[in-house]
Write a protein that binds this ligand. Structure first.
Ligand code: C5P
Length: 308
């Protein structure tokens, strides 16, 4: 480990869920999940500079408000690491955001993942990847995946990860409608809809094997066929602007589209960047979305860009 680092820069990717199966609730209120995460090349870049106190500054390429108080996941990650490792010093954190804010793409989780990796280096703690991932899991179910990156199967509450083999790259149009959705509220609505339909959720949901085959063979039609999100119906019910985006994207020729995570970002699977741009133009023309981004998966997990 390099001694006396002054500054460490780390970036971590946003994610989409190619499938999200939701099961029963445990005694902590967390649902059993079976999900396939894919990291995309929209990154949160964190710079951590040596300082006596902890502080946070945010700049952003995407619209939206980020809390700067103690509820911010990046600050909570720094506090957790300080407590766990009995660190006395602080750090000046700067976050530059590219992942849509509160959009179901794990931007806050990527911030937490990048902060853990950066401060582990800056403070010379030498924690192994697995220990950092376990700390990350205490902050949020998506944090360990932001560290691991690429494409992975998540079980348990989402934090038990197994890397999935993929062939080639996938192109996504990320359509950002206005408005926000609260993740706990989407899960609550999911529970209500399941109860009303008289369904008992599975103790541990499973992943469609065909999705893993589609990923390992690079088969876009098969992947389109297997994209699935159990939370989508709940997200549609809470945000009437979402279903029209999914429908329009498919009418405009996309192989498939779905709500990413708990939404409201819609992930549109496309054949290439040219198709992405034409569908984006159609969605904007019909005023169905506020903005569109093109991204590629799989992207690497949290990695150190620079240190001095
Ligand atoms: O883990 P994260 O902080 O992103 O989760 C936000 C909220 O989403 C949790 O407080 C919980 O209400 C819900 N959630 C859940 N089951 C999961 C993951 C999240 O119910 N496996």
């Amino acid at each position: 480990m390099a001694p006396d680092l002054q500054r460490v820069v780390v970036r971590a990717p946003g994610k989409i869920n190619l499938s999200l199966g939701v099961g029963a609730v445990d005694d902590r209120g967390y649902h059993a999940l079976a999900t396939v995460f894919q990291a995309v090349d929209l990154y949160e870049t964190i710079s951590a500079t040596r300082a006596d106190e902890l502080s946070l500054e945010v700049t952003s390429e995407v619209p939206g408000e980020v809390p700067l108080d103690g509820t911010n996941l990046a600050l909570r990650a720094a506090e957790l690491l300080r407590e766990e490792c009995d660190v006395r010093e602080g750090a000046a954190l700067h976050i530059h955001k590219q992942v849509p804010i509160a959009g179901g793409m794990g931007g806050g989780s990527a911030d937490a993942a990048a902060v853990l990796v950066a401060l582990d280096r800056l403070w010379g703690l030498g924690l192994a990847g697995e220990r950092l991932r376990r700390l990350g899991a205490r902050l949020g179910a998506d944090v360990p995946f932001a560290m691991l990156g690429h494409t992975a199967l998540g079980r348990g509450n989402g934090a038990e990860l197994t890397t999935v083999l993929t062939h080639g790259e996938w192109t996504w149009l990320l359509a950002v409608p206005g408005g926000h959705l609260s993740t706990p509220e989407v899960f609550r609505r999911f529970d209500e809809i399941a109860a009303r339909g008289g369904r008992t959720p599975a103790e541990q949901p499973t992943v469609d094997e065909r999705q893993l085959q589609a990923l390992s063979s690079g088969n876009i039609e098969l992947l389109a066929d297997t994209l699935h999100n159990d939370l989508q119906v709940a997200a549609f019910a809470l945000h009437p602007g979402l279903e029209p985006v999914v429908e329009a994207a498919e009418q405009l020729g996309a192989p498939a589209a779905l709500v990413s995570g708990s939404g409201p970002t819609i992930a549109v699977l496309v054949e290439d960047e040219v198709q992405a741009r034409s569908i984006a133009a159609g969605l904007m023309r019909e005023s169905l979305v506020e903005s569109c981004l093109v991204a590629r998966g799989s992207a690497a997990g949290a990695s150190v860009l620079d240190e001095e």
